[in-house]
Design a protein around this ligand. Sequence first.
Ligand SMILES: Cc1cc2nc3c(=O)[nH]c(=O)nc-3n(C[C@H](O)[C@H](O)[C@H](O)COP(=O)(O)O)c2cc1C
Length: 232
Amino acid sequence: MQQHTLVDQAIISRHSVRAFKSTPVATQTVKDILSVASRAPSGNNIQPWNVYVVTGIKRDELIQKVCAAQSQIFAQPECAAGHQETFKYYPEQWTSPFIERRRENGWGLYGLLGIQKGEHKKMQHQHLRNYQLFDAPVGLFFTLNQTLETGSKMDISMMIQNVMIAARGRGLDTCPQAAWNPFHHIIFDVLNIPSDQELVCAIALGYADPAQPVNQLQTPRVPVEDFAVFYE
Ligand SMILES: Cc1cc2nc3c(=O)[nH]c(=O)nc-3n(C[C@H](O)[C@H](O)[C@H](O)COP(=O)(O)O)c2cc1C
């Protein structure tokens, strides 16, 4: 196969997997993925990324504590004030065309899960699946030093995409997750992450369970002519 075809295949076959098998991932495989991913470019080659790899008992402890915190928020929404992300990932006011795309994505997902409008309990259950890493055996938590600027979020994002593509090259799947960000205090506490760090996002990593309908979500993309302008 031609080089570009292989690379395109790895990129195109990446999608967000939200149901994983319990099959473990070898630590060496995770190291290989991170080693390849660290070839990502970064401004001045500062390589600002840190990654905390969570499996086994630590994974279970983290899941238990964050699920408890999120469940408490469901019961008492005012508790959310104690769990704030350190940077805004989404705008407070959504505008077109983003709001329509966001809705389409949400309803596409809920449709596959058989969740109808107004079924809040089922929606909460699906939201909680984030904090079980969708059953993935590996959680990756990406942090930056707080002294760094917005540009480093570009650098780490490129590295994160590399992780997801390198995972595809090894038959593994991923789901990037910003859902963990509000719970950075709990995560930092459980993993002993220095307080000068900032959580950027997490990735669930493992082997996809193709039998689960949730993994059949096919997300659309706008065509090139709708987002690119060519000057010739
Ligand atoms: C930085 C980032 C954070 C995300 N956070 C979540 C998340 O917390 N939970 C989730 O189910 N999906 C999350 N997603 C997945 C997006 O919903 C998904 O990428 C998008 O719908 C496109 O679908 P695809 O990844 O299957 O191509 C996130 C994606 C990105 C890039």
